[in-house]
Design a protein around this ligand. Sequence first.
Ligand code: GDP
Ligand code: MG
Length: 200
Amino acid sequence: MSTRRRTLLKVIVLGDSGVGKTSLMNQYVHKKFSQQYKATIGADFVTKELPIDDRLVTLQIWDTAGQERFQSLGVAFYRGADCCALVYDVNVMRSFDTLDNWHEEFLKQGVRPFTLGNVPFYMDCTNGLANLSDPRTFPFILLGNKIDIDGGNSRVVSEKKAKDWCASKGNIPYFETSAKEDYNVDPAFLSIAKIALDNE
Ligand code: GDP
Ligand code: MG
């Protein structure tokens, strides 16, 4: 009988429409990939259980329902996040250029600063009022998806460019993935779970 401690972790997945957020989650949780594009509908999140050390982690992964096009995701989406996974498509420059916006948007929505005197404090909306967290240390991860396309010949964002961006944001971990070929999907989500767990 397992006596592992159970831990629930909330992960939100952000990035431009079409980069493969839903596909990555489907591949990770259901081991399925679909070429057909359908704007996400239905459940707010999917869950997957995975053992990490002495814990049984339930990863609750929140997907957008297509509202990312309008950037109106609402507070419930962000509330309680333990990790934020940003996704772009290595073949689409614009999806890389908008990462700054998604990063800022998350910090604005998920981690709110307030001031005492002129000292900024950062309150993690997620874990309640007692928990002060610095946005510079909030756990993000970046996924560069669709590396399978054209055998990598149509990519427009180099690995170096992506890693430089990650370094500029305080050393965000970076994974290159293919939801289609199930490349690096498990390692990326395992890393997400570990990062979120460390942030607990
Ligand atoms: P979302 O809007 O970010 O949720 O993107 P989707 O997951 O809906 O994917 C958009 C389109 O890209 C769909 O047609 C997917 O089949 C396709 N797609 C997603 N991931 C990959 C991938 O890794 N490789 C390839 N070749 N296509 C992908
Ligand atoms: Mg989607």
